[in-house]
Design a protein around this ligand. Structure first.
Ligand code: SF4
Length: 113
């Protein structure tokens, strides 16, 4: 029996102190991606759009639109472009309107790979 379970039964507290205190397990959570705009061209952006299962990514001309509200932090875009896409480390997202969750990422002209 895990120690935290026995302690919870004894004290009557079965939850962590989050959000009053950061939870150490948060470091292990998957987080939405962060994009390095200087490495993203149209071709790579189209590849990222193609691998995203939740339609969180869309290209509009020279801009990659990232809808954080749709992102499930699955990591497929990071696997497709590990240099240009990294975990953001941020999972606490809040906003007062839906539009605040859509990020516009400018694309560079073709990048040699
Ligand atoms: S982490 Fe997954 S859901 Fe989020 S943008 Fe990347 S591919 Fe799409």
């Amino acid at each position: 029996m895990p120690l935290w379970f026995a302690r919870g039964l004894r004290r009557g507290i079965v939850t962590t102190r989050y959000p009053a205190r950061p939870d150490s397990s948060a470091a292990d959570l998957p987080t939405p991606p962060a994009f390095r705009a200087g490495l993203l061209d149209h071709r790579l952006a189209d590849r990222l759009v193609a691998v995203c299962p939740s339609q969180a990514l869309r290209r509009d001309g020279a801009v990659l639109l990232f809808d954080v509200g749709r992102c499930t932090a699955c990591g497929r875009c990071q696997e497709a472009a590990p240099g240009a896409v990294t975990p953001s480390g941020e999972f606490e997202l809040a906003g007062t309107s839906r539009a605040q969750f859509v990020k516009r990422i400018g694309l560079v002209p073709e990048v040699d790979r």
